[in-house]
Design a protein around this ligand. Sequence first.
Ligand code: PLP
Ligand code: ZN
Length: 412
Amino acid sequence: MGSGISLRCPSCGESPASKTVFRCVRCQRVLEVNVAFARLTRADFETMRESRDHTIWRWFDFFPVNDRSSIVSLGEGSTPLIHAARLGERLHIPNLYLKNDTVLPTGSLKDRSNSVGLSVGMELGFTTAAVMSTGNAAASVAAYSAAAGLKSVVLVPKGTAPSKIIQARAYGASVIVVDGDFDYEVARLYKAAVQEFGWYDCLSSNPYRDEGKKSYAYEFVDQLDGRIADWVIHPTAGGTGIYAMWKGFKEFLSLGWIARAPKLVAAQSEAAAPIVTAFEKGLTDVEPVFARATVAESIQVGNPVALGWRALVALRESKGTAVALSDEEILEAQFLTGSLAGIFAEPAAATSVAAAKRLRAAGVIGPDDLVVCNLTGHGLKQPETIGIPESQLRPIAPTLEALREQIRRSEG
Ligand SMILES: Cc1ncc(COP(=O)(O)O)c(C=O)c1O
Ligand SMILES: [Zn+2]
C-alpha cells in the first residue's frame, strides 16, 4: 500500500502494524482509512468530472487503491439522478430527486463498496473473499470476486429462501447454510472462519470496503451541477451509507470544492431501528435490538456494531435526522415509486421515499427543499411483495369485449 493510504483508529488514534488488521487492537473499533488527497486542485475536480470513465473510478484519488491496474470494476457508478416530478407532486416536494442505484451491476448499492473492497483485496494479495449475508451483499461480493478471479464464500442462516442466494450462486460463490441465528451464531462462526482460513472479510468491518459509498457524495455534487441537496435520505442498516456519504462531503468541503453539505437522513424499518432509537435518545453509540421481521428485509439489522456510532456522528454533524417507517408506509412508498416514477425498488430501498413523505408532512422538509432519496436495491430482488389479484391472472376469452371488460376491472 502506498504512503498516501493509512489506517487509524477513529477513537484512540492507534495505527496498526499491518494493512490487513481491520480493528483497533486497543479498543476494538473498526479502523478508518485515510487517503492523502489534500494536494488535489479544482482543476483536478474538473478533470474528474469530464472523465470519460463513468464508473466510481473517475474519483480514483479518493479511494485507498494504489494502482489503477488493481481496479475490479463491473461498470458501477454514475447511476441516474432523476427529477421525479410526478412523485414529487404527490408528496408535495417539487424538487424531489431519486438516485437510482437499482441499476448497479448486481442490482444494489453494495457494488459501490465491493468494487473498492475487492480492488484493495487484490492489492493485499487475498485469494478468497467472504461475507455473511442473506441477500444483496452476498450477490455483490460473489460478482466482484468472479470478476477479480477470487473464490468467494457466503455464510447464510438455516431457513434462508433459495431465491435469496441464487444470485450469489450464479456468480460462482460457495454458499454455506449454517444451523444458527444470523446476528449471533452465524456471526460468531463467520468471525472465527475469517481468522482460521485467512479469508478477505467483506463486511462493514472492512474499512477499505466502506470507502466505496463515498462515491454517492461525489456523484451528487457532479450531477446536481453546482446545486447542493438540502436533504439526502438513505435506507439504513449498518450505517455505512450515512457514514461514508458524510465523509465524502467533508472531503469536498475541505478542498473547497463545495461550500455546504446536505442534511443526511437515516431511514429504517420500525422493526429494526437501532440507529433511529439511538439518535432520538441522544446516545453516542447504538444499543443492539432484536430485529423483527419486516418487508424491508435487506435492512433488517439489529446490531450495526461496526459503523452505527459513526453514522450517528454523521447524522448530528450534518444536522440531519433519523426516521423509522412501518411496513405499510414502506409498501405504499414502493408502489408510489413504481407507479409515479417508473422505478421498481425493493421495499428496503423505498424506505427513503417513505421517510421523505413523512418528513414533508411533518414540515421538517420544506416545500422548496431539494431532496434526494437513494433507491438502493432493485425490486426484483424481492418480487413477492407485489401482489397480483387472482382475478387478473385468470385468462380472458380472446375477444375485444372480454378485453375491454378486463381492462375496466383492472383499473377499477
Ligand atoms: C437495499 C439496501 N439498502 C440499504 C442498505 C443499507 O446499508 P448501510 O446502512 O450499510 O448503507 C442495504 C444493506 O444493508 C441494502 O441491502
Ligand atoms: Zn482504538
